[in-house]
Write a protein that binds this ligand. Structure first.
Ligand SMILES: [Zn+2]
Length: 515
């Protein structure tokens, strides 16, 4: 399809040309400035189903005339989105839900179907929230009359609090056009606070009240699979496989009962995760769901954990036999995702348990949360000589755990208080006799320090007989997905675009529902 482009002046607005460039081959863009003057360039339109557009583009006159809602186009419908020399107008064409001039019917159709006059009725401005901005200031700055801005914000409050707007948030604000530079009455505010929903505050004409709504965007559940071998540490390997941080953190937490993430991970160890993701219509990741399956192979020995939700709604990870992953004490009582490079430090004499050292050290940045390794009562919380800020917990009659060199204690941590396993009791520091931020962790049996790796702790509660059949069904379902994924099969939902990044790295996707 041939399009005609006439340049009437030597001074060509590069930006509008570049915008054209999306549809035009690169040499055509170069040719224009070279020839100059009144020339005609023709090219093939990228999309054959686009309407023929014949558009006279005047050189841009800068951003001083934002109130002119549309470029001076000829009578024919033109690709205003591309031809518009002003970015403000571009957005007018790309916002399907923008309110229309009072005389026109409410807009449900896409901008391409709209008669041209409809677009001349509104003036659209894009604004971006900067630190310290209030919505009121932003709206007034964009040209809104204060009373109207206030009305719109009041309407918005119950749907989305303006205080939640974050710096960098973009908003599209529409006004009635007046034909002059000044915007007319405020008509609408649109923004997308996250990929799951759009917020719209609008009225069809200036005599109406503002109406605010939160519009859920359609998302589809998919399964993502990642596996890899560990070269330096688990965080690096998993991030390399594009495993989202929350999924990695969940996996580390699930394995923290079994694995000492500082010492037990070695080069060549492997991981395998199957987890839920939710993607929008464009295939972009909206959020992650549950980690459904995690396996770790440490020194050749493989441990598998299955996510299972019980009838009472409680959810946990279970071994293939249906035993809860929990043990009475955690091997890694710290946010394992933040540990400094794992096995590089294994050789360090002070980091492992020895007769001299009598504890194990976890090197992590100052401020990293420290967890209670098990349910218990606080025996001691305070300064303790070379241990610095120190907490000791009692778990039942024979076990104790101790945590040293803390930067600070968590709220409510004092002698006599009860703590639950996994509860944050303090933060990594370097108080006392310490050369850098780390957690010194001790396990005591009958008052004597023991090597935590040598202590065998029983598994948590096993699922009840009645639950085991259901658990086996869920496990079978997960295993079917795993078999497909391990075979490199890509299962993508019909009508859904797979996440490009996930495909690129060869992850398999499963599907459980329709798009
Ligand atoms: Zn130590």
């Amino acid at each position: 399809m041939e399009l005609l482009f006439v340049v009437t002046n030597r001074k060509i607005d590069i930006e509008s040309l570049l915008r054209f460039g999306k549809k035009v081959s690169f040499p055509a863009i170069l040719a224009i400035p070279l020839i100059g003057g009144a020339i005609a360039v023709s090219w093939s339109a990228a999309e054959a189903d686009q309407p023929v557009a014949e558009s006279l583009v005047e050189p841009a006159r800068g951003a001083e005339s934002p109130a002119t809602a549309l470029p001076r186009a000829p009578e024919e419908a033109s690709e205003t989105e591309d031809a518009a020399p002003d970015p403000l107008e571009t957005s007018a064409a790309s916002r399907p839900r923008g309110p229309q001039e009072a005389a026109l019917p409410p807009a449900e159709e896409t901008p391409l179907d709209m008669p041209e006059e409809a677009e001349t009725g509104i003036l659209v401005r894009e604004i971006t929230v900067a630190p310290g901005d209030t919505l009121m200031q932003l709206l007034i700055g964009a040209g809104a009359e204060p009373t109207q801005a206030h009305q719109a914000i009041t309407a918005m409050e119950p749907v989305y609090s303006p205080r939640r707007l974050m710096p960098g948030q973009e908003l599209t604000v529409a006004f009635a056009a007046t034909g002059s530079d000044a915007p007319g009455p405020l008509l609408s505010i649109n923004f997308r606070p996250n990929r799951e929903r759009d917020i719209e505050i609008s009225r069809s004409n200036e005599a109406d009240d503002f109406f605010a709504e939160s519009i859920d965007r359609p998302v589809a559940r998919q399964l993502a699979y990642a596996e890899g071998s560990i070269e330096s540490n688990l965080s690096v390997a998993a991030t390399d496989r594009k495993v989202p941080n929350v999924v990695l953190a969940e996996a580390i937490r699930a394995f923290s009962y079994d694995v000492d993430f500082q010492r037990e991970i070695q080069k060549g160890d492997a991981f395998e995760f199957l987890y839920e993701i939710y993607v929008d219509e464009e295939g972009a990741l909206v959020r992650t769901g549950e980690l459904l399956f995690a396996a770790m192979t440490l020194s050749g020995s493989r441990t598998e954990l299955y996510y299972y939700e019980r009838a009472d709604g409680s959810a946990d990870f279970y071994t293939p036999q249906g035993a809860s992953v929990r043990r009475s004490l955690m091997r890694t009582p710290i946010d394992g995702a933040r540990l400094s490079s794992g096995f590089g430090m294994r050789k360090h004499p002070i980091l492992g348990y020895s007769k001299m050292h009598q504890g194990t050290d976890f090197a992590a940045p100052s401020g990293t949360p420290i967890y209670a390794a098990g349910n218990g009562v606080i025996d001691f919380a305070g300064r303790n000589g070379g241990y610095g800020k120190y907490v000791r917990l009692r778990h039942g009659s024979s076990y104790q755990t101790a945590y040293a060199h803390m930067k600070s204690f968590a709220k409510g941590i004092a002698k006599g208080a009860r703590v639950k396993q996994g509860q944050v009791i303090g933060y990594v520091g370097t108080t006392g006799r310490s050369t850098g931020p780390h957690l010194h962790y001790e396990v005591l049996v009958s008052g004597k320090q023991v090597n935590p790796l040598k202590v065998t702790l029983p598994r948590g509660e096993k699922l009840k007989e009645a639950e085991l059949a259901d658990f086996a069904d869920r496990r079978g379902e997960i295993e079917r997905h795993l078999t497909l994924a391990q075979g490199g099969l890509l299962l993508v939902q019909r009508g859904c675009e797979p996440d490009a990044e996930l495909l690129e790295q060869g992850s398999a996707m499963g599907s459980d529902n329709d798009c």
